[in-house]
Design a protein around this ligand. Sequence first.
Ligand code: ATP
Ligand code: MG
Length: 589
Amino acid sequence: MAMRMSSLFLRTLRENPADAEVPSHRLLVRAGYVRRVSPGIYTWLPLGLKVLRRVETVVREEMDAIGAQELLFPALLPREPYEASGRWVEYGDNIFRLTDRRDDDYLLGPTHEEMFTLAVKDMYSSYKDLPLAIYQIQTKYRDEARPRAGILRGREFVMKDSYSFDIDEAGLDKSYQLHRDAYVRIFDRLGFHYVIVQAMAGAMGGSKSEEFLATAENGEDTYVRCASCGYAANVEAVRVPVPDAVDASGLPAAHVEDTPDTPTIETLVAHLEDAFPRGDGRAWTAADTLKNVVVVLAHPDGTREPLAIGLPGDREVDEKRLGAQVEPAVVEAFDEKDFAANPTLAKGYIGPGVLGSEKVSGIRYLLDPRVVDGTAWVTGADEHGRHVLDLVAGRDFTADGTIEAAEVRPGDACPSCGHALESARGIEMGHVFQLGTKYAEALDLKVLDEHGKLRTVVMGSYGVGVSRAVACVAEGNHDELGLVWPRELAPADVHVVATGKDPAVFQFGEELTRGLEAEGVEVLFDDRKQASPGVKFKDAELIGVPTIVVVGRGLAEGTVEVRDRRSGEKREVASTDALAEVLREIGRS
Ligand code: ATP
Ligand code: MG
């Protein structure tokens, strides 16, 4: 049925909503697609629901095309399976938990690996049943720390999640590739500009993992790309190329020096230049210093563990990279209370003396991979106002391991070919992930192989942010007047606007609408009698249906106007040819 604006459940707004930071959020609210209920929780109004359904259709068609079968799990789930996988605890504050009248624990599903695994365990027992791919398009719940940008990061959102089940790794590789190819088709159809990047494989079990990021300057994910070899990775997943160890045999012994008032790297470098000019004539730089940053890991079980990270002084710790390494623990600041509880740490002058080999502080100490054996550093001497020079890694101190937590910068060497990396931002739209046997082991999903032996099933998991896609498409398709939908996703195929007072105009608009409808075209018909032409045009521009047909004064002379929302181009067509012209315009003839 055509949507008629005289009765459509819609109110467009001329003003931007106060809480909207990004264009898609502003426009989707103003144009009457969604409305906020509470932070990160939105109502889909009729126009918005049409777009959401169209995105779902694209996703569904491409999933069905690779033989994946659709089903639907509940969103309200019992605690036990998530307890068995460890995620009841691991998810920490990020899931919504609730109890029923009997005091039993439930959660609102943030993602459904456990349920899919158990369903297959319930029904299948032989390798002959595999491979299998099943999926759902369903509402997910996550108590996001920072719900953001309207439906872009919601606390309730729609995800397509699918899972593959194979007897072995080779099967998983095939299933993974099928999904990856399907995702390329999905995002091509949705009209995104996107990149496929290597992603973190997660703390447990998983191996290969890639993300589909829609390129967007205001995206929350940062990725790097190498123009020379094509390497691309989410910064979280970048592995720094490890330099070769250096021969330290000729290096002087370490010596502690007074460096008063040098609690920061800048003050330290200035002081070094002043008091200890280098013998080789080169100036001291921040990269010559070893900075030791202490944070607290808040583990899901409630314990708090200090962690020290040693990295070259010209680099900051990247919160997201660190967070991705220590998941499911959450990184918190090491505050005054923590300093008081760890008296061996001299704030501003912390060094490997208390962190390293001797373990005086008792704190776990991890180094940036660049701090290889044989490299010499200026670093804290664990006393207020003092630093140690010529402290050599491997010779004078060791650590408990390495960690990829230092920021990745444009110009850094590509881990794959050594060329300079470029950096850009994006929005995660999809994620393909080789889970391996993590969930199958946790929930004991085994089938008999061809020799009658029990084998743990190998799984993959694949997600698309369906509701996020609506925001993301809007983010990439708008101008100063409003939204400009790609044809496949627009809430209607044609927006017919009748202007003026002449009943013949409305009569014609109605007939054209019905004619188009009979051809299977979805029409939004502005049949409002009271609204002025100006208001109607503004609304049409705001709503963003790609083809606008204006029926107005020209009708008396036998013409109507066909407008292209994207280019702004207008052309007059004979009213007698209007139906055929519009069908041609939208590619239906
Ligand atoms: P993010 O890093 O953005 O929080 P994620 O890695 O936690 O996402 P996945 O668990 O991989 O997300 O979920 C699959 C897809 O679901 C994501 O690629 C994304 O498109 C979408 N998605 C995840 N969280 C949200 C959210 N809060 N609101 C809307 N869509 C989301
Ligand atoms: Mg993800």
